[in-house]
Design a protein around this ligand. Structure first.
Ligand SMILES: [Cu+2]
Length: 485
């Protein structure tokens, strides 16, 4: 199939990929020469059905951008304009949401809220200057197209970033069992919880608790392939490697570990951390990203893995090896988090003692949401007892300082996502963060857990969705909006 990324005069295309590259770990091209302010990146993205077979015995009728799951890796320099001509041949209405971007509301890609969806066979032009810099992503905002494969990573290069010997994009994604998606939507799924032992998700559940809302997955992938078909990453002793990791799973949290190494986390959801944190494992809620670095100190072969209690979890792995070690048995990690120092917001934000409060600041708009619902056999997931579109929004004026607080009365973590803004986490479970964490998606703890965000309403005016990024919960009503008046 022809590569449908197209160029037009005066435009540059960075990070374009061929279909063949879809099956390998994509090595990002080195930084390009700075582009002139007048230059734009022009891309055509075509969504269409694709049979996806990452593992023997798995043949999944999915959807793909330009024939590839995940979609092409897009790469632009800070300040460059991006023009994406979206050609929708998905078989239904569709949009593209630019997750983590601050952009004109009409470019945000929410069907019937910010734009009329492109009809099947139709097109839509997305035209904006991607910002802020960092690791972001794009995906359909029409259910269940994200679940079926319409997602990809977009990187906005920051000219001030530290040098990396290799800069690697790793999209963690999974093949959902369609019947379990339907059952989860009705709250009667029999798919088990697969979070690893020692994880907060596992600890939140009672031993006899009936789930009903879990989605089951038939295959686990990184960049379009399952281990052992994932393309290995060749590294050299002395190199410093930057990993940009996205959890594109529509419902599950992913833990990621590189055997034999610690990871230095520098960015959360593409935004620089107050200071880097050293951990043994990353924790990524649905839609979260982390930039994590490691140094190669000795020859060897190691597995970079997604951890879960799913018996097929081994599929989500790639081999990282030094020259000559491609035949060696790679060192792996146990599928457990017991005794493992994994990333937490509290660690990265230097959480203070219980009972501390975020620093006093003028706040113009304050909103509290109780997250509820999700009982066995129910399809309702609520905010203050209501489901979208009846949930009360956050009404702001441009320039307002806004505080949003969540209290999660359900027994599941919720990856809450705000469109069009970067917020700061300032409080978790009654502990203030000394260094507020800049993010666009954050997991709110269950069973009465709290989290407070602050942000400035200085994005382009419009209606910006605020919702759970677990697709089942979002479709069950766990959604509202920040509205500029
Ligand atoms: Cu949720």
């Amino acid at each position: 199939m022809a590569d449908r990324l197209t160029l037009s005069r005066g435009a540059v295309l960075l990070g374009g990929v061929s279909l063949a590259a879809a099956m390998s770990v994509r090595r990002l091209s080195p930084l390009q020469a700075p582009a002139a302010a007048s230059e734009a990146v022009e891309v055509t993205l075509t969504a269409a059905p694709r049979l996806f077979a990452p593992f023997a015995g798995i043949s999944y009728q999915g959807l793909a951008y330009n024939g590839s799951i995940p979609g092409p890796l897009l790469r632009v320099r800070q300040g460059q304009r991006l023009r994406v001509r979206y050609v929708n041949r998905s078989g239904g209405e569709s949009t593209i949401h630019w997750h983590g971007m601050i952009l004109p509301n009409a470019m945000d890609g929410v069907p019937n809220l910010t734009q009329p969806p492109a009809p099947d066979g139709g097109t839509f032009l997305y035209d904006f200057v991607p910002q802020p810099a960092g690791t972001r992503w794009y995906h359909s905002h029409v259910f269940p197209q994200l679940i079926k494969g319409l997602f990809g990573m977009i990187i906005v290069e920051d000219p001030h970033d530290e040098h990396a010997d290799q800069d690697l994009a790793l999209v963690f994604h999974d093949v959902a069992k369609a019947a379990s998606v339907d059952a989860a939507m009705r709250g009667i799924s029999t798919a088990p919880m697969v979070d690893p032992f020692g994880s907060p998700e596992r600890r939140a559940m009672g031993p006899e608790e009936k789930m009903g809302d879990e989605v089951g997955y038939a295959a686990h992938c990184i960049n379009g392939a399952s281990y052992p078909k994932t393309a290995p990453i060749l590294v050299r002793v002395g190199q410093r490697i930057r990993l940009r990791i996205l959890n594109a799973n529509p419902t599950q949290t992913r833990y990621v570990r590189l055997a034999g190494h610690t990871l230095r986390v520098t960015h959360s959801d593409g935004n620089p951390l107050p200071q880097p944190v050293e951990v043994e494992a990353l924790r990524l809620g649905a839609a979260e990203r982390y930039d994590a670095w490691f140094e190669v100190n000795k020859p060897g072969a190691w597995l970079l893995q997604g951890l879960s209690a799913d018996p097929m979890a081994f599929q989500q792995a790639v081999v990282v090896h030094t020259p000559g070690m491609e035949g060696a048995t790679p060192l792996g990690s146990a599928q457990s988090l017991e005794g493992v120092r994994s990333f937490t917001y509290e660690l990265a934000g230097a959480a203070q003692a219980l009972g501390t409060r975020p620093r006093v600041e003028r706040v113009d708009v304050r909103r509290s949401y109780v997250l509820g619902g999700g009982r066995y056999g129910s399809e309702r997931w609520t905010m203050n007892g209501e489901v979208w579109p009846n949930t009360a929004g956050v009404i702001v004026r441009r320039g307002d300082r806004v505080e949003v607080r969540f209290t999660n009365k359900t027994d599941m973590h919720h990856p809450m996502h705000l469109h069009g803004h970067v917020f700061e986490i300032v409080e978790i479970g009654g502990r203030a963060l000394r260094d507020p964490l800049p993010k666009d998606t954050a997991l709110v703890d269950p069973n009465g857990g709290t989290m407070t965000w602050r942000f400035r309403a200085d994005s382009p005016p419009g209606r910006w969705l605020l919702h759970c990024h677990n697709e089942i919960h979002m479709m069950g009503g766990l959604m509202t909006a920040v509205e500029y008046r």
